[in-house]
Design a protein around this ligand. Structure first.
Ligand code: PLP
Length: 363
């Protein structure tokens, strides 16, 4: 029953003119420019997944009672396509995104999509939009697979209709400051996730709930917010959209354990790369008080955030209600830099890929 769907591709009759795209490529931000096409697959209780297409990117027509608009049955993924020096297009561990998407789907009572259909949708879109994968250093084509409930129904139960879609956006660096470390606001007012909640699911609702905390961070002059656990308000969890790591003076590194945090693919890859480099890595709870004390004593040398969008970003300063502290000299440290360069090198094909993480896409 799980024969992969085949995609019908209809070329966009009015793609962005070549000169306009080249001009836009000269000044890439994050998530503001979109490619010419989109991949769409429909799901209904009766038919399952059906009607797989790639066609001109255009608005959806939604009934105002569509359940996503009321009860937020929505999940998404974030991944990047890279252009190698030889022109080939590659993806980084796309099967991990497909697997996680289905974990999110289960948590949100949404239908799972066969991993092959998920990856084929991404690749069918890349085939139509190959010229949208930029080649500049640090640039890539950000891919956003997502799924939402579109049954027109106001009762509270899982929707009987869903749309799966992939859109693509050429991006430059996530943080405008480049390698400049980010500043972090440790919020005491808000939490991101509770045990039994949706913290491990990549769902839009988690982001909606994080925005006020992110605004608090900005009001306090910080780039990002870091959340503490909901129960004891003590343990570091993660940022709004990135996992966090700590680097100690004995050379070891640690990161908060899975559970209420989002299981990042960057996190998982960096744990592996650190182990490959002979670094001791532990996944263990780390409290905010210990973070403060270790930064003051010098036991903690570096901290960094990581995720697909920003890759690896050093954390310079941490602020909180009543104080602030700095990691090391406030600059991005050597361990952070080395891990970032290794991961980026593998993703871009300039460093060998010992774990088979890179998948070439034939377009
Ligand atoms: C997507 C995401 C991450 C990072 O995951 P990657 O797979 O590394 O991109 C971290 N935290 C949250 C809340 C996320 O949504």
């Amino acid at each position: 029953m799980t024969t992969p769907l085949s995609f019908t591709t209809t070329q966009n009759p009015a793609p962005m003119p070549e000169a306009d795209r080249q001009a836009a490529f000269g000044n890439l931000g994050f998530g503001t420019l979109f490619s010419d096409h989109m991949a769409v697959i429909h799901w209904t209780v009766e038919k399952g997944w059906h009607d797989a297409t790639v066609s001109a990117r255009k608005p959806f027509e939604l009934d105002p009672a569509s359940s996503v608009l009321h009860y937020a049955q929505e999940i998404f993924e974030g991944m990047k396509a890279y252009r190698g020096k030889d022109g080939t297009i590659t993806l980084f561990r796309p099967e991990e995104n497909a697997r996680r998407f289905n974990e999110s789907a289960r948590r949100m009572a949404m239908p799972e999509i066969p991993e092959a259909d998920f990856i084929n949708a991404v690749e069918a879109l890349l085939a139509a939009d190959a010229k949208w994968v930029p080649e500049a250093d640090g640039a890539s084509l950000y891919l956003r697979p997502f799924m939402f409930a579109n049954e027109a129904f106001l009762g509270v139960r899982p929707s009987k209709e869903f749309i799966f879609c992939v859109i693509a956006s050429p991006v430059g660096p996530y943080f405008k400051g480049g390698a400049k470390p980010v500043s972090i606001w440790a919020t005491q007012s808000f939490t991101r996730a509770a045990i039994g909640g949706t913290g491990a699911a990549k769902c839009g609702g988690n982001y909606a709930a994080s925005l006020q905390a992110q605004a608090e961070a900005a009001q306090n002059g910080c780039d990002q917010v870091v959340f503490l656990d909901a129960k004891e308000h003590n343990w570091i969890e993660e940022l709004g959209g990135m996992n966090v790591f700590f680097v100690f003076e004995d050379g070891s590194i640690s990161t908060p354990p899975l559970g209420t945090i989002l299981p990042g693919i960057t996190r998982k890859s960096l744990i592996q790369l650190a182990k490959d480099a002979g670094i001791t890595v532990t996944e263990r709870p780390y409290s905010f008080e210990t973070w403060k004390a270790d930064a003051a004593s010098g036991k903690l040398k570096e901290a960094f955030a990581c995720g697909t969008a920003a890759v690896v970003a050093g954390i310079g300063q941490v602020k909180y209600e009543g104080g602030s502290f700095t990691m090391g000299d406030g600059q991005t440290g050597p361990v952070t830099t080395k891990l970032r360069e290794t991961l980026v090198g593998i993703q871009r094909g300039s460093i060998a890929d010992p774990h088979g993480w890179i998948r070439s896409v034939s377009v």
